[in-house]
Design a protein around this ligand. Structure first.
Ligand SMILES: [Fe+2]
Length: 468
């Protein structure tokens, strides 16, 4: 018997293999989900789908949507479109405890895009609302009046529970419809939705067919007419098409989806902040300049210094292009913005950063890559208890399909990743704890495919990592 066949060599080789395997497992921090989906093509719903139905009646308001209208949640911005003529620019509203209708006056805009002309896009901000109150509101005239309602947030304060939903890169496919339905049916009941960019995917069509902006507005109305969606601009909002004579970026998006950016002293609608309940939410622009001395850079520097964790314990950042992404899609596209802003996020103890763009799901551990200074060789992400958790939630279900190619092995910092469509919930309990869950579309409405208890970085900066 040669040495290869000797029992002691086999035992040694087996032990070595086992050791190497364990080492390989240990070197990979998190979980790459083994969930197996039925592979299906993602197709846009046809124009005659019921979810795109035009409300009946002459000039009936459609695409009704609301967002927070000021810094603190005492105002609501209502927007809607009339197709035939401008019609009324008024919103009638009343609280559920009062029968007296009040009136708010708005204004409207129109725009053209290549051979498309928009309807009359109305916007009207209702101000001086009471906190924590249900309001009904009406838009339209006579027999085409349409009625909706919303609930204002509680007064901004440190221990105010509040539940945010999260959707990104939604589009208007059959999968998009499943994502929205699952969000609506989630028993945690989202009170406002943080939308991390890439709305309609109208630019996927020849000439960026803006009719698909209208269908998208009608599709999401069933949710966004009743609770505010907080908007982030993605790359599909650029609609930059000089070959069509359309060389002003973000034209359809900025005409249709207004945000209260001036309330936070921003100079453009792509970066701004709001306070809602116990959260301070900062929206950043991956597709606007963010280098040193730029308006966004200067604004963010000042904005972070204004955050008062005694008033709003939870500091949340929304942006489109993720900084920590271990898929082979849009790999390192967020890197230049990370280099600019990551030290500030660690310094100011941001709790969580939500991004979209990559059409899949991923959650990181708390890591930072700020030690590296070009010459010191410390160019790997390290565990950092002051760093945010980075979550990619670009899995709304748009026409471009899933990102399913991952970089192997899974990096240490990646806690959980899965290529499935879904949505998430960020459920703030008090100043120290928030419960986060991710829900894939294939499961029942209450099923959590991934979850984590967040410990607040300012009030309870205890290690909350979920891998070791
Ligand atoms: Fe994107």
């Amino acid at each position: 018997m040669g040495i290869l066949g000797s029992p002691s060599f086999v035992t040694l080789a087996l032990a070595l293999c086992l050791l190497l395997n364990v080492a390989a497992l240990c070197s990979s921090g998190g979980v790459t989900s083994s969930y197996v989906r039925k592979v299906e093509k993602t197709l846009d719903m046809p124009l005659d789908s019921d979810v795109f139905a035009i409300p009946p009646g002459y000039n009936a308001p459609q695409q009704v949507h609301i967002t927070q209208g000021d810094l603190n949640g005492k105002a609501t911005l209502v927007s809607w479109v009339t197709m035939d003529e401008p019609g009324s620019n008024e919103v009638r509203y009343w609280s559920e405890n009062s029968k007296q209708k009040k009136l708010a006056k708005g204004k409207y805009v129109t725009y053209t895009f290549f051979n498309y002309t928009s309807g009359f896009i109305h916007q009207c901000t209702i101000t001086n609302l009471e906190y924590n109150t249900k309001y009904y509101y009406e838009v339209g005239l006579l027999n085409t009046t349409r009625q909706f309602w919303f609930v204002t947030p509680p007064q901004v304060g440190p221990d105010v529970p509040y539940t945010f939903g999260l959707i990104g890169d939604l589009g208007q496919t059959y999968d998009s419809n499943k994502t929205l339905t699952h969000y609506e049916m989630n028993p945690r009941k989202g009170q406002a939705l943080m939308f991390v960019g890439d709305l309609s995917y109208a630019d996927h069509y020849p000439y960026h067919d803006n009719v698909r902006w209208d269908t998208w507005g009608r599709f999401i109305e069933r949710s966004v007419a009743y609770q505010p969606w907080i908007w982030v601009a993605g790359n599909h909002e650029l609609d930059f098409a000089p070959e069509l004579g359309e060389s002003v970026p973000f034209k359809p998006y900025t005409h249709r989806y207004h945000v209260p950016y001036r309330a936070s002293q921003s100079t453009a609608p792509f970066w701004y902040s709001i306070k809602r309940a116990s959260a301070h939410i900062i929206v950043l622009a991956s597709y606007s300049a963010y280098g040193k001395y730029t308006p966004q850079y200067t604004w963010l520097e000042q904005e972070l210094s204004k955050v008062n964790r005694t008033e709003t314990p939870w500091l949340i950042v929304l942006l489109h292009s993720p900084w920590y992404n271990s898929y082979n899609y849009h790999y390192m596209e967020g890197e230049s913005m990370r280099v600019m802003f990551e030290p500030w996020f660690v310094q100011h103890k941001v709790d969580v950063v939500f991004a979209g763009h990559v059409h899949a799901y991923e959650r990181s551990e708390r890591v930072s890559s700020i030690a590296y200074n070009i010459t010191n060789r410390r160019c790997i992400p390290v565990k950092d208890n002051s760093a945010p958790v980075y979550i990619t939630i670009g899995d709304g279900g748009n026409i471009e399909g899933l990102a399913n190619k991952m970089i192997e092995p899974q990096p240490d910092y990646s806690a959980y990743r899965e290529a499935s469509f879904g949505h998430a919930m960020f459920d703030i309990k008090n100043r120290t704890h928030a419960y986060y869950s991710w829900h894939r579309n294939q499961d029942g409405y209450a099923v959590e495919a991934d979850s984590m208890w967040f410990f607040n970085r300012y009030w309870y900066p205890v290690d909350d990592s979920t891998t070791h």
